[in-house]
Design a binder for this molecule. Structure first.
Ligand SMILES: [Zn+2]
Ligand SMILES: [Zn+2]
Length: 138
């Protein structure tokens, strides 16, 4: 389906194509640190479908828990993470997979996780939220 996303400050906006049934939760240590939360929710999208509609992305390169080089992009004004991808080896290489951060999508409510990865570093209490008392706002 067609999706639209934006960073927190609104400088970066984008559109792409992603399927809700491909949504995963990632428990890797890098996602915990970079999202600032206990896990991150991601949906794959093709580089060929991704259109940056406004703003500029900063690219941070790192070696993933997998050992592979990864490029992470974020808004250079507010720091919201937009996607992660592999390193581009040549200009004519096949389109890469962009792991969109589902929290930036306007359609985030439809992207219900269907799978989880890096469960070795999953925090043991993340499945317990339904048991916690909740408030509608802060
Ligand atoms: Zn921003
Ligand atoms: Zn991760």
């Amino acid at each position: 389906m067609q999706v639209h996303g934006s960073c927190h400050c609104g400088y970066v906006t984008y559109s792409s194509i992603a399927q809700p049934e491909n949504t995963v939760v990632c428990h890797c240590r890098d996602c915990q640190v970079m999202s600032g939360g206990p896990y991150r929710s991601i949906v794959p999208s093709s580089e060929a479908d991704f259109a940056l509609l406004s703003g500029e992305l900063t690219v941070y390169s790192k070696t993933g828990d997998s050992g592979n080089p990864r490029e992470l992009t974020f808004c250079n004004r507010c720091g919201s993470h937009i996607y992660a991808t592999s390193k581009k080896h040549s200009a004519d290489a096949a389109p890469r997979s962009f792991g969109l951060r589902t929290g930036t999508l306007d359609e985030v409510a439809q992207f219900v996780p269907k799978f989880q990865v890096w469960c070795d570093s999953r925090l043991p209490w993340v499945h317990d939220f339904d048991q916690l008392p909740g408030k509608p706002k802060q």
